[in-house]
Design a protein around this ligand. Structure first.
Ligand code: FES
Length: 106
C-alpha cells in the first residue's frame, strides 16, 4: 500500500475542499463531520473541478452544470454527473492527510 501525503489537516475545511494532484490525477479532499474523504476531482460530465463547487448536506455540486455527488461514497446524486466518482482511502498521520491512490472504490 502506497500512502501519499497531500496536505495538512487545516488546509481542508468543510466549505473549502482541498484540490490536490497525485500521480497525475486530480483529487478533491473533503472534511465532513470531522472525517476526511477523497474523491476523483474532475467531473465526469465535462471538465470542471468538483472541489471548486458548492458543498452542502454531504454532497458537492459541480460548479459548471450542477451535477451532484455524495462526498462519502462518490455516488452520483443528480445528472448530468453520468456516473459515480472514484473514491480513495484517506488516513491522518500526525497533522497530515494521506491518500492511497492504489485502492479505489467505496
Ligand atoms: S461539468 Fe460537471 S455537470 Fe457538467
Amino acid at each position: 500500500m502506497k500512502w501519499t501525503t497531500v496536505c495538512k489537516r487545516d488546509q481542508v475545511q468543510e466549505d473549502f475542499p482541498f484540490s490536490a494532484k497525485v500521480d497525475d490525477k486530480e483529487v478533491g479532499i473533503y472534511l465532513l463531520d470531522g472525517e476526511y474523504f477523497a474523491l476523483e476531482d474532475v467531473c465526469p460530465h465535462a471538465y470542471a473541478l468538483l472541489s471548486q463547487g458548492f458543498v452542502e448536506d454531504g454532497m458537492v455540486e459541480c460548479p459548471l452544470h450542477e451535477a451532484a455527488f455524495d462526498i462519502r461514497t462518490g455516488k452520483c446524486l443528480r445528472e448530468p454527473g453520468e456516473r459515480d466518482l472514484d473514491v480513495y482511502p484517506v488516513r491522518i498521520v500526525d497533522d497530515h492527510v494521506q491518500l492511497n491512490m492504489n485502492e479505489q472504490g467505496a
